[in-house]
Ligand binder design. Structure first.
Ligand code: ADP
Ligand code: MG
Length: 277
């Protein structure tokens, strides 16, 4: 299953990406964690040194070559031209490109960093959308089988209209019981619906207030669980996580497996590309 954590800045996306990656990997699920944010917090949360890490940015030309994009070809050609051979990416065992771009973190857990916050990105004329293009075209062609693919995204709705998430199964919006966090969830929900991507919410660090009630009542169909405030999440110590936190991760993951509809990711990508052109 492929999911993307989205939400307001500071709501807990990178923490949830770290948490779900570790808990699922510890219980034997192969995990591919993808750091798709400028801050590259997931990379540092996972204890990986970003300075000597391959990124989608540093392997941009390998990706274009593998998918058969020649100089002058635009990314959308990959889906617009039906005669073009389609790429195919795998996790276990990894295909050539995945092997080139991934970094092993620990048993069952690999990381791919898009490279948005890398030194190289700072001096490029290309914007972060252009730099995220390999991920946009990687995800729909990635057969994850039993693995978990977890994308830590940019805050807010940025990257959504760009179609970055065409290849995932669902967006999971991290929502704190706060007015502005709920507001961002509502924006994300409306953009996700427009591009036909299922969107759910997890309530992070819940406390009982009017915004918690609003999420529980008005958005009862979207809310799939709650993650408590846990010092081990803050301290990034996977071996001291409260059992309540670990159980919540498993329950949310199993619920997602049950409710996410089967999707033709390649068709969704083609639809989003067509919508934009
Ligand atoms: N469930 C949690 N328990 C304890 N601290 C949390 C939890 N979720 C997030 N945090 C803390 O909240 C802050 C913001 O989280 P972060 O994951 O960086 O947000 P985002 O990636 O959405 O900007 C961090 O200091 C993080 O440690
Ligand atoms: Mg973050």
């Amino acid at each position: 299953m492929k999911i993307g954590f989205v939400g307001k800045g500071g709501s807990g996306k990178s923490s949830m990406s770290w948490l779900f990656s570790h808990v699922l990997a510890q219980s034997g699920t192969p995990v591919l964690a993808i750091d798709a944010d400028h801050n590259m917090d997931l990379t540092s949360n996972l204890g990986v040194d970003e300075s000597d890490l391959p990124t989608m940015l540093s392997t941009h030309s390998i990706f274009r070559e593998i998918v058969g994009l020649k100089n002058g070809d635009v990314w959308g050609d990959l889906v617009r031209d039906e005669t073009r051979p389609k790429p195919s990416f795998t996790i276990n065992p990894p295909d050539y490109y995945t092997e080139a771009v991934r970094t092993n973190v620990c048993e069952n857990l690999d990381l791919i960093n898009v490279g948005l916050g890398s030194e190289e990105a700072l001096y490029l004329a290309r914007c972060s959308h252009g730099n995220s293009a390999p991920l946009k075209f990687y995800l729909p062609f990635l057969a994850e089988d039993e693995a978990a693919v977890i994308v830590d995204g940019v805050a807010g709705t940025d990257m959504m209209n760009f179609g970055l998430y065409a290849g995932i199964d669902a967006l999971v919006c991290v929502v704190e019981p706060h007015r502005n966090s709920v507001k961002v969830f509502e924006l994300i929900k409306s953009v996700a619906e427009r591009t036909n991507i299922p969107v759910f919410a997890i309530l992070n660090k819940p406390s009982t207030n009017e915004f918690h009630t609003l999420m529980r009542e008005k958005y009862a169909n979207q809310v799939i669980g709650e993650i408590p405030l846990d010092v081990a999440v803050q301290d990034l110590t996977a071996n001291t996580l409260a059992s309540q936190t670990q159980n919540a991760v498993h329950a949310i993951w199993n619920r997602l497996k049950e409710i996410i509809p089967k999707t033709d990711h390649k068709k969704r990508l083609a639809d989003i590309v067509a919508l934009k052109s």
